[in-house]
Design a protein around this ligand. Structure first.
Ligand code: AMP
Length: 458
């Protein structure tokens, strides 16, 4: 299943998208987006997908994996591109399945960007929102459908979508789909697809269950990986600070200040812990958003939108709620609590250091978490640097006067300003920090307010 030496050598030559053989209209879209050099997963995967091979690709969100599958699939569908109004001329040819609605939205947004000069149609369907608008899009016909498993089956069950002409299937974040118990749904979806098709499986980690999935879903797949097996993103600086539970919040603020970090994604293990930490940070005057599976979709999107605009400085999240968020240029992830599963550590730190940027992952580890840390070290097959907490800064008040914003939250900047005496890492961290590739809130609201949390347990 490995890429042979000749193929690998040929791939190394391709350093531009044009050399990868992509069509001019696709190249134009990439140039509009400012992509100049293919990322390693794109360099490896694009020629193989163009050659018609099934792929098992080990790549996390943030490596450019969406373009790695979307660009060659668009190219392969070009022959069918047409401007006819007839739905029959726009059958679903490429189906992309993702575990969460956030990832589905994000993948679809990338597809829309990449195909903007092509007469190919696409849409995205996910649970928790009204089905009507999705049905209308499906009825008009789309060549590319991005979907979460449950909602796709609902539409298929209602005969709103026909999958008998699917030529390309992409399983995105396959490991997470298995973690979330989607295997039965995936099998049901597979039954609706033609046996003759090209299948691409993307996963951040490859364990035996993924290999088993690949065996039953893929045909003679090639394996490509952009990082060593089960290794954490190498561009991410990983630091461990020993700190007892009750001192963690102060430690968090102190480290961020010392490192000149304006925004960070902060992980807790549970929803309760996320709520508790979020509230404590808010009380301290830190603009904090909270996302977890018990939060309504609109609340989560509002928190993300605030983060994107820089109004929210710390986003406290549980593992599943944070899955698939494409946070560009996020300099820092904090493990406020270590995860129970070492794989989740890899997923968490994959939120920073994306698409070639350097990143920082800080873990605040109490002595109760010793075993979890040991499990992570074992999983990564490497040691993690331990560093003392930065010295306490000279005391100064968090905020002397806290003007109150319209929403009743104190409108202040928290005390995480830079401390010049502390080392900085990687690139400067005070620039505009992140851009979440999610639709503006009004667009989601217009799609119908969500009722259930179908695809996002936490
Ligand atoms: P993904 O791993 O697909 O979620 O992509 C992560 C981020 O990298 C997204 O914001 C993409 O727009 C961006 N990206 C993907 N490929 C490239 C590239 N070749 N050059 C620059 N940015 C890219």
């Amino acid at each position: 299943m490995e890429v042979d030496e000749n193929t690998a050598a040929a791939l190394e030559v391709a350093t531009t998208f044009a050399e990868l053989g992509l069509a001019p209209d696709i190249l134009r879209a990439l140039s509009d987006l400012g992509y100049s050099i293919p990322t390693p997963i794109q360099q490896q995967a694009i020629p193989l997908v163009l050659a018609g091979r099934d792929l098992m690709a080990q790549a996390q969100t943030g490596t450019g994996k969406t373009a790695a599958f979307a660009l060659p699939l668009l190219q392969k569908m070009l022959a069918h591109a047409n401007t006819s109004a007839s739905p029959a001329r726009h059958p679903v040819r490429a189906l992309v399945i993702t575990p969460t609605r956030e990832l589905a939205i994000q993948v679809h947004e990338s597809v829309v960007d990449y195909k903007k000069h092509l007469p190919l149609r696409s849409t995205v369907v996910f649970g928790g929102v009204n089905m009507k608008e999705q049905e209308a899009d499906l009825r008009r016909g789309v060549e590319i459908l991005v979907a979460t498993p449950g909602r796709l089956l609902d539409h298929a069950g209602n005969k709103m979508v026909q999958l008998s002409q699917v030529q390309f299937l992409v399983l995105d974040e396959a490991d997470r789909m298995l973690d979330m118990g989607f295997l039965p749904d995936l099998k049901r979806i597979l039954d609706l697809l033609p046996a003759q098709r090209q299948t691409l499986l993307f996963s951040a980690t490859f364990d035996d269950s993924i290999v088993g999935l690949a065996r039953s879903f893929l045909r003679n797949p090639l394996k490509v990986e952009v990082a060593r097996r089960n290794t954490a993103a190498e561009l991410v600086e990983q630091v461990v600070h020993r700190v007892e539970e009750e001192a963690k919040m102060d430690a968090l603020l102190r480290v961020l200040k010392a490192r000149e970090i304006n925004q960070a994604l902060v992980f807790t293990r549970t929803k309760i812990a996320a709520d508790k930490l979020g509230r404590r940070l808010q009380k301290r005057g830190v603009q904090t958003g909270i996302i977890h599976g018990d939060k309504a979709q609109l609340e989560r999107l509002a928190a993300l939108d605030g983060f994107k605009q820089g109004k929210v400085q710390l986003l406290v999240a549980t593992d599943i709620a944070a899955r698939g968020l494409d946070i560009v240029e996020l300099p820092c992830v904090v493990n406020f609590e270590l995860p129970y599963a070492p794989e989740d550590y890899v997923h968490r730190i994959g939120r920073t250091g994306r698409a070639g940027a350097s990143g920082l992952a800080i873990s605040l580890v109490s002595h109760e978490e010793e075993r979890l840390l040991a499990a992570i070290r074992k999983f990564l097959k490497r040691d993690l640097v331990e560093a003392p907490l930065p010295e306490t800064a000279p005391p100064h008040p968090v905020a002397v006067v806290a003007p109150v914003a319209a929403d009743g939250q104190p409108d202040i900047q928290p005390d995480i300003q830079p401390d010049a005496t502390q080392p900085r890492c990687g690139r400067p961290r005070r620039e505009p920090v992140c851009a979440l590739l999610l639709p503006p809130l009004d667009k989601v609201a217009a799609a119908g307010a969500p009722a259930a949390q179908a695809n996002l347990p936490a």
